[in-house]
Each structure stands twice: as structure tokens, then as C-alpha cells.
Design a protein around this ligand. Structure first.
Ligand code: GDP
Ligand code: ZN
Length: 361
């Protein structure tokens, strides 16, 4: 196993050098199960745990290593396992909200250092443009780059039409129709693979992620199955966390968490995914236009002229509200701690109220 195959690159090298500590070596988290890890490093695969100091000094769950993280480790004296001393800075991260004791939310990082997210949809009737938009927004938010894969092209009769619909709705994201069963279009996907690049697959259950991964790898890495292998909630029962080194170079991260990704984070990803709507809105007469029935509202004009799709606008509002709720909870949590320290509680309550009002639609 060499570091380059694991996704190591110049940027990481520089960073590792800066914090040089002769006794530590770089490693990548391949499996995480609560506070136990499996790491890959130049000398092979090891069980690992964070050091006592790391645990003591780290309060936020989000700062603990997760799959895909690069870490600095030391082998134990008998060289059978490893101790994680620190995390190297993350290039990207996919997170979701975790509900804590007391109903507060905390960030849970599902995977780190993903360069490219393949967002998969199935063209067998499950296909949903709104959901694709959400996955794209989540991906921009993570700092990875999105690529849309429309799988099961063998089951779609209006392929060209669907591809151009997706391309014209989700601007700036490459769209590739493929079939994991007939292997049509898979070479286009392989072109994205390469040394130093880490990819991951997102998409609802049943769209064909496992089948695609197997076809791309050329062997059955994961068992795929038909409906009887799904549990009562419709989830595939055979998935598990994993980091896979690709034969073409590069790394694939496939974890159940990434498959059930939810919203977390700020509005940057949303703005990028819906920048056409944000641009339209900037033309409204009033800066604080709620796009309801204010005079000079460009959004309402575009909706009634049919220039802005109603479904897409509704989806945009829905995502805004989700982010809103998270922001309000975050401020609420902060306000709670600040008040204990006797600080500006009132101004925070005001900010919460402002946020609530802003999206009251
Ligand atoms: P996952 O839940 O996203 O991992 O989906 P799976 O890989 O388990 O696939 C779900 C079902 O779709 C399985 O029955 C696959 O055989 C089927 N499937 C996957 N890809 C294709 C495809 O390109 N064409 C067709 N016709 N079926 C596919
Ligand atoms: Zn408006």
C-alpha cells in the first residue's frame, strides 16, 4: 500500500511537513465504528484509536476522525495497532445534523476529503429532479464537486429528453447517462478516476449504486441483491462502511451514512445550486421582498410568465426553511451557553426572531 494510491497528494505532503514530527506517520481512516478505527498507511492496515490527549482536548464530535480523514499516527510498541494523534485539515466534508441529548443538534461528519461526488438517480420511474437538486446543493456545500449519473438508461425511452432536462435545470454540473447492467457509458465515468482523487456515491436506495460500483470495479465488491435483500425500511441490508482503492488509481468511499445524507450547513451550497433564483430575486424592487405579492417582484413575474418552474421554486423555499430551522437551532444552542456566561442573550434572541421572520412564507 502506498500513500499516493490512498489519495495522498502534494497539498497534504506540504501540510504534513509543516507539522513535522519524526515519530508520526500519515494514515487514512478506512473504517470508523464509534471510537474504533481501521487505518491504512504505508506499512499496511491497522486497528487504531485516538490518543488520550486527543480525546481530552476534543469536545466537538465533528473534530473526531471520520472515514476519509488523513491523520498522523504512531504505531504501538508491539506494532500491532496505531494511535491517532491529530487530523490533517479537511479539504471537504459531508455532514449531517445529529440530535443530541436535550434536543440540540450537533454536526456529525460522515466523510472527509471527498473530491468528487457521483450523484446517482435511476431512470426507472424513481427519477426526481427536485431530489437531484438537493443532492447537488449538499455536495457544493461539502466543497466536493458534483457529477450527475443517470443510471438504468436501458430502461428509459426518452433518454435525450431527460438528459437535456437535467442539464438545463442543474446548470454547471456534468450529466452522464449510464447503465450499470449493460455497461453503457461507464467509460465516461472511469475518466474521472485518477491517482490522488477520492470519490463517493450519493443517491437514494435502489438507484443502482452498488451495481454501479461493482461494474466499475469489474468484480463484486459488495453483494447486490433484489428486493428480498431489503429490510423493512426499504434499505439495502448488505452495505457497510468502506474505503476502496480503485484499480485505475484513486479511492472510492462508500458508507451507509453518505447514502442517507441530509442537510447541514450554511447557505453557500444552496445559493450555488439555485443561483438563477437568487439572481432573479436580486432584481425585485424591495431588498427584503418576500416574493409574495409585493409590487415589482421579479420572482412572481417569472413564475406567472412560466420562466421559473414552480416545482423548482417550491423546492428552493423548502430547502431554505430546512437551513433556517438549523440556523435557529444553532443560535438557540449558542444563546443557551452565552446566557450561562451572562453575555448578550437579548441580541441573539433578536437575531433568531429576524431569521424566523425572514422566511415566514
Ligand atoms: P443501491 O441501493 O443504490 O445500491 O442499488 P442496487 O445496486 O442494489 O440496485 C437496485 C436494483 O436496481 C437491483 O435490482 C439492480 O439489479 C438494479 N439495477 C442497477 N443498475 C441497473 C441498470 O443500469 N439497469 C437496470 N435495468 N437495472 C439496474
Ligand atoms: Zn420578490
Amino acid at each position: 500500500m502506498n500513500l499516493i494510491d490512498l489519495g495522498w497528494n502534494d497539498h497534504l505532503e506540504q501540510h504534513f511537513d509543516k507539522n513535522k514530527d519524526d515519530s508520526l506517520i500519515p494514515a487514512r481512516i478506512a473504517v470508523q465504528q464509534k471510537d474504533r478505527y481501521v487505518i491504512f498507511c504505508e506499512t499496511g492496515e491497522f486497528q487504531a484509536e485516538v490518543s488520550g490527549k486527543f480525546r481530552y482536548e476534543t469536545s466537538s464530535k465533528a473534530d473526531f476522525p471520520t472515514i476519509g480523514d488523513w491523520v498522523a499516527i504512531a504505531h504501538t510498541e508491539d506494532e500491532t495497532s496505531a494511535v491517532i494523534h491529530r487530523i490533517l485539515p479537511r479539504k471537504s466534508k459531508f455532514s449531517r445534523k445529529a440530535v443530541m441529548g436535550g434536543g440540540e443538534t450537533d454536526e456529525q461528519v460522515l466523510s472527509a476529503n471527498i473530491d468528487m461526488a457521483f450523484i446517482v438517480a435511476g431512470l426507472d420511474g424513481e427519477y426526481n429532479l427536485r431530489r437531484l437538486e438537493r443532492y447537488v446543493a449538499v455536495t457544493w456545500d461539502s466543497d466536493a464537486s458534483p457529477v450527475i449519473i443517470l443510471n438504468k438508461s436501458d430502461l428509459c425511452e426518452e433518454l435525450d429528453q431527460v438528459v437535456s432536462e437535467v442539464e438545463s435545470t442543474i446548470i454547471g454540473v456534468p450529466v452522464h447517462p449510464v447503465s450499470a447492467v449493460s455497461n453503457d457509458g461507464l467509460d465516461r465515468i472511469r475518466e474521472y478516476f485518477g491517482k490522488g482523487i477520492t470519490i463517493s456515491f450519493l443517491g437514494s436506495s435502489g438507484v443502482g449504486k452498488s451495481t454501479l460500483i461493482n461494474s466499475l470495479l469489474g468484480h463484486d465488491r459488495q453483494k447486490t441483491g433484489d428486493v428480498r435483500d431489503y429490510d423493512k425500511k426499504g434499505r439495502h441490508t448488505t452495505t457497510y462502511r468502506e474505503l476502496i482503492i480503485l484499480p485505475e488509481g484513486g479511492v472510492l468511499i462508500d458508507t451507509p451514512g453518505m447514502r442517507e445524507i441530509e442537510m447541514w450547513g450554511d447557505e453557500d451550497g444552496l445559493s450555488k445550486a439555485f443561483d438563477d433564483i437568487e439572481e432573479l430575486a436580486s432584481g425585485c424592487r424591495f431588498g427584503d421582498c418576500k416574493h409574495e405579492n409585493e409590487p415589482g417582484c421579479v420572482i412572481q413575474e417569472a413564475l406567472s410568465a412560466g420562466e421559473l418552474d414552480k416545482g423548482r421554486y417550491k423546492n428552493y423555499l423548502k430547502m431554505h426553511r430546512e437551513i433556517e430551522r438549523l440556523e435557529i437551532r444553532k443560535i438557540g444552542k449558542q444563546a443557551h451557553t452565552e446566557r450561562l456566561r451572562g453575555k448578550k442573550f437579548a441580541s441573539m434572541v433578536k437575531e433568531m426572531k429576524r431569521l424566523k421572520d425572514r422566511y415566514k412564507r
